[in-house]
Design a protein around this ligand. Structure first.
Ligand code: ARG
Length: 586
């Protein structure tokens, strides 16, 4: 189903075309007309194509607009059309058209949003590092990546999730040696309790403090790379313990990550040699100071010299860049990815673009397949600096989530103290976690945002609790309605959109397919958040102005109940796409 906007644009474009054909023999040079329909305050839509056409047709814009309006008289899409200002056309959609559009939208799968086409979508996200605390950057990647996964799954794509955890490389020398120093039992305790910071920091400190430890760590890396069985066992232990902790955070965060999607850097170890060999065969690598380098087109350093991706280091080892090359090759050549999303912070922009360019040069990344960096900004504290704990450490994610849930519990206690305790606990989880996710997703992805508990948990404004509360309130109205009309399908109660507030709500709902199509392309989820907020606000004015249950007119009551139900289900869908739960009571 084409979006509302497209339908209006199409009708107007056709009318413009016939008007132009009457005015000139040379119409083709002016076609196609793009009527630029946008929502305006007074009328619901406004088109302003007449202006630019008038110049070229040497007539007044108003004359063209008049002709268009005249030719559209009687079209049942519109209830009123008028020419305004120098030649704008103000458009009022007819009730018949709006109710029909709502009926159709409700009847369609995904509210008429087009199904995703063939091809696998791969989302590379979360990707924390083993034996190291996840930081807020990983939190953002997890939340945004989860929204990418949900959206594409909902659209009907095959989605492959890739949690590209850092589970290989030189830090494992020092991590394993430290593990041996403190003993497996204590290491297991520390890591199981999620005390990854202490573990990592102590290892790092020892590495920096003594040459003896440094030397041991170096030897351990060699053992790891040569496949020494005992070393591999200890390495695996570190991974298992860290993954268990990550999964506990994911569960808490209510994201679609459960451990099955761990495809750490080490997964690609066996693909590194073949990747290098293929690049060599393609003549794409050259040796520089003993290292095998690939120079992606268009990347120069400060000294204007081409920048290399180091495929194999001079010591024979492979690094981060080689792994990403092997991974992208695997993803397009073996997994058949049509769209790969790298949900990674802004600082890795250049690295990723060099990998994509390298892959293009090797023929592994060809249209229509695409690799996109879904970049994001930093999280700041209220002081405007990087978000850190008071002691300057990275903040433990689990603590952050606990705090949000605790505060959400207080909000619920105020709003609805009579709810059973179990339910209150559950709702507090949905609201607290939802608030954190929504604060992230509702701000423009590429910008930094300030982490502020008070703001994100406020019941007013563009927040998750506001939307969740709006949804719960509608559910409560629906629960109170006895003698419920049929809400869907052929026999559904007739929609009546006589009141301005009803029309505004209807238009909001009808914008959904256009908004989702936009978000699918841009992956700017704040646009979906804005839609949710607008819709909830429009619902709120509808509700204050249009009595639903206390309405003597049964037809009107039934129509409004249907609007309530449609709004509730679309709000819940929108929230679900963002990974946020919509409890039916709050
Ligand atoms: N582990 C990396 C980090 O913490 C992020 C990995 C991103 N994904 C990738 N394919 N490079 O910075």
């Amino acid at each position: 189903m084409p979006g509302l906007q497209q339908q209006i644009e199409l009708t107007l474009a056709n009318t413009f075309e016939s008007v132009i054909r009457e005015l000139t023999d040379d119409a083709d040079s002016l076609l196609p007309v793009n009527p630029l329909v946008h929502t305006s305050q007074h009328a619901h839509f406004q088109a302003d194509a007449a202006m630019s056409l008038a110049k070229r047709l040497k007539t007044k814009p108003r004359d063209i607009a008049d002709a268009v309006v005249a030719s559209l008289a009687g079209d049942d899409l519109f209830s009123a059309l008028e020419v305004a200002g120098p030649g704008f056309i103000n458009i009022m959609l007819s009730d018949t058209f709006l109710t029909q559009a709502l009926d159709e939208m409700q009847a369609e799968a995904r509210f008429g949003v087009e199904k995703g086409d063939a091809g696998a979508v791969i989302v590379d996200y979360s990707s924390p590092n083993v034996a190291k605390e996840m930081h807020v950057g990983h939190l953002r990647s997890t939340i945004i990546g989860d929204a990418c996964v949900r959206l594409h799954e909902w659209l009907g794509f095959t989605v492959l999730r890739r949690n590209h955890i850092g589970d290989w490389g030189t830090p494992f020398g020092m991590l394993i040696e430290h593990l041996l120093d403190i003993g497996e039992a204590q290491a297991t305790d520390e890591l199981s309790l999620g005390d990854l910071n202490t573990f990592y920091r102590t290892a790092r400190e020892k590495f920096e403090a003594t040459d003896e430890f440094k030397e041991r760590a170096r030897r351990r890396v060699v053992l790891l790379q040569s496949g020494d069985a005992d070393t591999l066992r200890l390495w695996q232990l570190l991974i298992d313990l860290s993954q268990r902790y990550f999964v506990s955070v994911y569960e808490r965060l209510q994201v679609k990550l459960d451990g099955t999607e761990f495809y750490g850097e080490s997964v690609y170890n066996d693909m590194l040699d073949p990747t290098l060999q293929e690049l060599q065969k393609l003549n794409l690598v050259s040796t520089s100071d003993g290292a095998e380098c690939l120079y992606p087109n268009g990347f120069l350093g400060r000294d204007k010299e081409p920048l290399p991706l180091i495929v194999r280091k001079s010591d024979g080892g492979f690094g981060y860049a080689a792994t990403d090359l092997a991974a992208i090759r695997n993803r397009t050549q073996e997994l058949g990815a049509s769209r790969i999303l790298y949900v990674v912070g802004a600082p890795q922009k250049q690295h990723l673009e060099m990998v994509y360019e390298g892959a293009r040069m090797a023929g592994w990344l060809q249209p229509p397949a695409s690799a996109e960096h879904i970049s994001f900004g930093s999280v700041l504290g209220s002081d405007g600096k990087m978000f850190k704990s008071r002691s300057g450490d990275t903040i433990k994610l689990a603590d952050l989530l606990d705090e949000a849930v605790r505060r959400a519990g207080e909000v619920i206690e105020q709003k609805n103290p009579e709810l059973p305790t179990d339910e209150k606990t559950q709702i507090a989880e949905s609201v607290g976690i939802g608030a954190i996710k929504y604060a992230d997703l509702s701000s423009e992805r590429t910008r930094d945002y300030v982490f502020d508990f008070d703001q994100m948990l406020a019941l007013e404004g563009n927040t998750a609790p506001y939307l969740q509360y709006a949804h719960a309130r509608i559910c409560s109205i629906l629960r109170q309605a006895d003698d419920m009309p049929v809400l869907e399908g052929e026999d559904a109660a007739q929609l009546i959109l006589g009141h301005e507030a009803e029309r505004a709500l209807a238009l909001s709902l009808l914008r959904f397919p256009t908004v989702v199509a936009d978000v699918r392309a841009s992956l700017l989820f704040h646009r979906l958040a804005t839609w949710l907020y607008e819709t909830a606000s429009n619902y709120s004015s509808f509700y204050t102005q249009c009595p639903v249950l206390k309405n003597d007119d049964k037809a009107l009551r039934d129509s409004r109940l249907r609007l309530c139900q449609l709004t509730a289900s679309m709000l819940a869908t929108g929230l679900d796409l963002l990974g946020i739960e919509a409890p039916s009571r709050m």
